[in-house]
Design a protein around this ligand. Sequence first.
Ligand SMILES: [Zn+2]
Length: 261
Amino acid sequence: MFGWLRSRRRRSIQDRPWPPVWEDILRRNLRQMQWLAADERERLRAWVAVFIAEKRFEGCRGMTIDDEVRVSIAGQAGLIVLGMPDEFFDRLQSVLVYPGDYLVSRSTPLEGGGELQWQEPRLGETWNGGSMVLSWPRVVEGGRLRDGPRSVVIHECAHVIDLLDGEIDGVPPLASATARREWMRGMADCRERFAEALDEGRFVAFDDYAAEGPGEFFAVASECFFQDPHRLHRYDRDLYALMAEAWLQDPKARVPVQRAR
Ligand SMILES: [Zn+2]
């Protein structure tokens, strides 16, 4: 679609009255809403309206899709792009929602022929940025800040942003080629410190799944950056600064140090 046509359509979506029931859902399922400034809340509402109008939500394994599901997912997704006003995840077309963690069939070829098959539980995933799969109970836990520094929505959306420049390599779009080089160097140091801390059994701020590779490190660190920014800042100031540069936000300025559990 032409850019101007899309912008015009988005403006008309944003001009529609904001349903009071959506506000109730955000209040219930997006704890972070209470810490946003008035203009940020306004921007978040406008973003949520566009996201819901443009993406196809599909219920899997008997999951019913209603406003609660749509608004709760869109709210967390919109929170992380508050610093990127024109970012609407254009490549993302559908959001698939399961009523719980789901199983994926996996197989590995065996030496000497045949293959080993097993079922791997998942709570979310992203396929080439075109669709996202989420476990509904995990969406709710993340939105209500009941899963520590974790959020499956933020995790998968971080992969979508990471993918914007071609592949999931842990490097989101940055201001310039120089900024990108510096940022990558900084992140490599952070990953090294993280791996060392894990080896030595020292405190790390987020899940060791981050050690799977640069893409997962970026996604898991992004979860912590938004969900518990003070924890990330205490753990590694440099990593916090790199996240702030990538997301164009400073969540620790708004989230209280002792956020209610
Ligand atoms: Zn991931």
